[in-house]
Ligand binder design. Structure first.
Ligand code: SF4
Length: 403
């Protein structure tokens, strides 16, 4: 299994597969064909259908900068290596220097010619299921965070520190910004207001609900605005984990090192899902994005609350199990409706899963590994219109009713 650093990428929103992935693909081609004086990009599948709403065109043009770039969209072709496929041709004075087919496979990662392109594409963990990892931890008497440290090296703590710094900046910025999000839907930013309401609220359950939701809205609204954020595991789902960690920090003053260790545990959960299933909405629906984020957040919370491996596994499993079947149907192809609200609901669900796990962990019938396989199988069964094409669900009915 690969590094957990793959799960946390710092960059610009609003979509890891539709902006970060294409940006990396264009940078790769720019670097490979330094003497090209024009590029032609053809977007297929989900990139072609929802690219405009996800600002794919904008990300591509920004990446090529001064070099002219023609962008085409082919929504007809269905025989594709991945639902997010693009073809990039490097051209010099009308002559094609080279052409690559690139798949944006989720979380900002890309595959070129079937090979995953990451800074560190190596397999660094010998184990690839939770069950195997738990067995190693039990045998050696170590925690999940220790397990991460053994395989990633000391470097990982510095990286996770940067991740946590950016997450805090993102939530803070979102909590202090008002206005309308770009894209034309007229979606108003609500994080600041939710926080004010939460501070005034006297009913403790509602108060907690508002304050946690405010943090999730804050990070998700920053993403939707194209600001800097951290994938966890994707841009669309980037509000869930920062929300629960930020709230824990504010409420209990949790130690920075403890948060960073919880990020390591959450990263492990995210990487297990990515390895054995998918974190791409285009491949397996929103259960793969927000469902994975919810699972990561539940595991992080349980680790923060100093629970053991069994409880952490149970929390991650419960969180994912109750996101099964979650479809991806972004209105207008924008990462706003239902995405922002969904991040808030998932953050609350992560708390629920973590609390339940602390009690019911000792008599479970469903393992984390099984629920991950189930999520993937369910994703494969989902109609394409529920996998980030904006062809079904809310995306379809909203247009029909209101436009
Ligand atoms: S519905 Fe879920 S998977 Fe789809 S764009 Fe929104 S957050 Fe991502």
């Amino acid at each position: 299994m690969k590094s957990i650093k793959e799960i946390y990428k710092i960059g610009r929103g609003p979509s890891s597969s539709h902006t970060m992935g294409p940006e990396r693909a264009c940078l790769f081609m720019k670097e490979k064909y330094k003497n090209a004086n024009c590029f032609e990009v053809t977007l297929f599948g989900s990139l072609a259908k929802t690219g405009a709403g996800h600002r794919t065109d904008y990300a591509i043009k920004q990446t090529f900068g001064e070099i002219p770039c023609l962008i085409y969209k082919d929504t007809e072709k269905t025989e594709l290596p991945h639902p997010n496929t693009m073809e990039i041709a490097a051209i010099r004075n009308g002559e094609v220097l080279g052409r690559e087919t690139v798949c944006s496979v989720g979380g900002g990662d890309i595959e070129i010619g079937g090979r995953l392109l990451t800074k560190d594409a190596g397999e660094i963990y010998p184990e690839s299921t939770f069950n195997e990892i738990a067995a190693v931890c039990a045998e050696k008497g170590i925690t999940l965070a220790d397990y991460v440290s053994v395989h990633e090296g000391a470097d990982v703590w510095k990286y996770l520190g940067e991740v946590w710094d950016q997450m805090q900046k993102t939530v803070y910025a979102g909590l202090h910004t008002e206005g309308i999000l770009p894209g034309g839907l007229g979606v108003r930013r609500r994080a600041k207001e939710l926080r004010s309401v939460g501070k005034r609220e006297r009913n403790l359950i509602k108060k907690e609900n508002y304050l946690i939701s405010a943090c999730a809205y804050a990070a998700s609204e920053e993403n939707a605005a194209g600001e800097r954020m951290v994938t966890a595991p994707t841009c669309g789902a980037s509000g869930v984990l920062p929300a629960v960690l930020y709230y824990e920090k504010e409420l209990f003053g949790v130690d920075r090192d403890e948060v960073i260790q919880a990020l390591a545990v959450a990263g492990l959960i995210g990487q297990l899902i990515k390895t054995n299933a998918s974190v791409s909405g285009a491949e397996a629906g929103c259960q793969a994005e927000v469902g994975s984020a919810c699972s990561m957040a539940a595991a992080a919370l349980t680790a923060l609350h100093k629970q053991g491996i069994l409880q952490i596994e149970c929390a991650a499993e419960i969180a994912m199990e109750h996101c099964l079947g979650l479809t991806c149907d972004p209105v207008g192809g924008l990462v706003q409706i239902p995405c922002i609200e969904r991040n808030a609901v998932a953050a609350l669900k992560a708390y629920n899963a973590s609390s339940l796990a602390e009690v019911v962990y000792d008599n479970r019938k469903i393992s984390f590994d099984l629920v991950v396989r189930t999520m993937y199988a369910t994703g494969k069964d989902l109609s394409a219109c529920y996998r980030e094409t904006a062809d079904g669900g809310l995306a379809k009915l909203y247009v029909k009713n209101f436009d």
